[in-house]
Design a protein around this ligand. Sequence first.
Ligand code: XBP
Ligand code: MG
Length: 253
Amino acid sequence: MPELQALIFDVDGTLADTERDGHRIAFNLAFADAGLDWDWTVDIYEDLLTVTGGKERMKFFLDKYKPEFDEPEDLTSYIADMHKAKTAHYTKLLSNGAIPLRPGVERLLNEAREKGLRLAISTTTTPANVEALLVHTLGKESMDWFEVIAAGDIVPAKKPAPDIYDWALDKMNLKAENCIAFEDSRNGVLSSLGANLKTIITINDYTKDHDFTGAAIVLDQYGEPDSPFNVLEGDAHGFDYMNIDMVKALHSM
Ligand code: XBP
Ligand code: MG
């Protein structure tokens, strides 16, 4: 049986519920800065989330929702500039404490570190966003808890492609069989399964109806000792909140 050596976490939707009240708001603020009346409502954003990557998502929005938009000559840099403004808004929101970590995340990370497991991040979001979330929830030193932070444009093919997980595994010099991934979305689980990683899912409002075929388990949250998770799919092996013993049990399945 391969030994569990590392936990690899997605960020958006997994470590924290960042999309609806974080990224979405920041996109809208950047549009307003640019004098655009585009409004990414909670409902429209659900559709937009089918595309990972903020720049890619803006392009998809233009194509689908604003076909009449008079595109600037260099659309790629127009979008890149607006995305920079979005990142500035997003990191500022986080620095004001707008988004907490999800239940059980801090406890699970601490237990993993105490037990000598290696940690990594594999995400589509911009590196500055990962740093802002970690620093403003767990403190500056938490940046060092993660041996590898695989993020953003580091690989050209974003999730659902497996590339970002493959990149992290390669950097850590680990085989997929010695790791487990933590995700929240269909695109995320396609990416982690594509890299041959067993995957633990916690859903959120935007992903609760996604197809998680192939996941080791689907939960509503990691839970805490005094506030158990609900199992949506799979076998919790008798546990009622996520801890390292449960992660090991799921990994050995
Ligand atoms: C996250 C994303 C990102 C964020 C926005 O997906 O797709 O694009 O929504 O961040 P996952 P950026 O959780 O699967 O990694 O604007 O920095 O791209
Ligand atoms: Mg995610």
